[in-house]
Design a protein around this ligand. Structure first.
Ligand code: IMP
Ligand code: MG
Length: 183
């Protein structure tokens, strides 16, 4: 195990089971849709989860990417997000979007992003997250597909980073506080 990791919260086996379960739910829910199914990966943290999830979905899927960041709490009461890389499509009203996220914390990113995608004209928008920390919510938000609910701890691995590090770990682990304290 990496020396900076205090504890493994979700191991490789459990992550595989989570991806298979969510892929089954998605395959069942969209089986009869006559729209195109688009998995929308939120860069960078969701790349690894998205790769595992898409392989297991038993339907034709398209993939796309957006890069967004939420304004810090208190800076914007109107609720906006910074869009660093946008979705460029002309067929918005012909697609069912599933936003694929690594983790939900305050809820700001996904609540603003789903509104934005609906305004852009998507036929439907749902959200899927590997991890959720509901105790951290600042705005009300419930994802449609959830991998695992976790306590309020800072985690890294399987795509999630601290200062761009640890994304390639094959599991989700709690980062030792010594790593970020005193920085
Ligand atoms: P929020 O729900 O808008 O507060 O933002 C969620 C985003 O914050 C995620 O996509 C991550 O980029 C980041 N984040 C929140 N909690 C963690 C964590 O424990 N580890 C790594 N990134 C996190
Ligand atoms: Mg993220």
């Amino acid at each position: 195990m990496n020396k900076d990791i205090a504890e493994i919260l979700v191991d490789e086996k459990e992550i595989g089971e989570i991806c298979s379960r969510i892929a089954e739910e998605i395959s069942r829910d969209y089986k009869n849709s006559d729209k195109k199914l688009l998995l929308l990966c939120i860069l960078k943290g969701s790349v690894v989860f998205m790769g595992e999830l898409m392989k297991r979905i038993d339907l034709p899927v398209e993939i796309d990417f957006m890069k967004v960041s939420s304004y810090g709490a208190g800076t914007a009461t109107t609720g906006s997000i910074n869009i660093h890389l946008d979705l460029q499509r002309k067929d918005m009203n012909d697609i069912d979007i599933i936003v694929v996220e690594d983790i939900i914390d305050s809820g700001r990113t996904l609540s603003h992003l789903t509104e934005y995608l609906k305004l852009k004209g998507a036929h439907s928008v749902r959200t899927c997250t590997l991890l959720d920390k509901p105790s951290r919510r600042e705005v009300e938000f419930r994802p449609d597909y959830t991998g695992k609910i976790i306590p309020d701890k800072f985690v890294v691995g399987f795509g999630l980073d601290y200062d761009e590090m640890y994304r390639a770990l094959p599991y989700v682990g709690v980062l030792r506080p010594e790593v970020y304290e005193g920085k």
